[in-house]
Design a protein around this ligand. Structure first.
Ligand code: NI
Length: 186
């Protein structure tokens, strides 16, 4: 099943998501649906709050970045109840986008190395270090679980400049080729 993506301005995108238990109802199907929804909208990551489910779960498939980083070919993972253990290295800029904020891309500064503690789809506890674009995608999706969007990480000036466009997105005044749920549709 393909879910509509919650657009900028949706309350669910601003709140901290809750941890889930292994017996979370329909979890396997939900994860499959999240991958399907992500592929349908050509994203490299999707967090559960983006389909209006405020739980600590995100999926990624960084294969589209394989030309930049060959190791990302087939780099597909599920993160349940993830925690950032540490982020290190000198911050670097990367032009980020987000399925909830179509048509806007901005440089965001983040650390290049992230150590994650998380559960995989079988609830195995894993500690793993990610670098480069893999780290970038994971940091972006993790932010969604904390109620943070990449636009929250921009300068006040930059946010001010984007205000009109962001308001338009929340009202559904945006060209997008996948299904969305707009909070201020009229
Ligand atoms: Ni996003």
């Amino acid at each position: 099943m393909i879910y509509p993506i919650a657009a900028y301005g949706s309350a669910v995108l601003k709140k901290r998501a809750a941890e889930i238990q292994p017996d979370h109802p329909g979890l396997k199907q939900l994860i499959a649906d999240m991958f399907e929804t992500m592929y349908e909208s050509a994203g490299v990551g999707l967090a559960a709050p983006q389909i209006s489910k405020p739980i600590r779960l995100f999926v990624i498939d960084a294969t589209p970045f394989k030309d930049e980083e060959p190791s990302l070919d087939g780099f597909k993972k599920v993160f349940i109840n993830p925690k950032i253990v540490e982020e290190t290295g000198e911050k670097w800029n990367f032009n980020e986008g987000c399925l909830s904020i179509p048509g806007i891309r901005e440089d965001v500064s983040r650390n290049p190395v992230v150590v994650m503690n998380y559960l995989d789809q079988e609830f195995n506890e894993i500690q793993e270090t990610f670098t480069g674009l893999a780290a970038r995608v994971i940091q972006h999706e993790y932010d969604h679980l904390e109620g943070v969007l990449f636009t929250d990480r921009l300068s006040a000036l930059k946010r001010q400049l984007l205000k009109g466009k962001l308001n338009d997105i929340s009202r559904g005044k945006v060209d997008v080729d996948y299904r969305m749920k707009f909070p201020n549709l009229r």
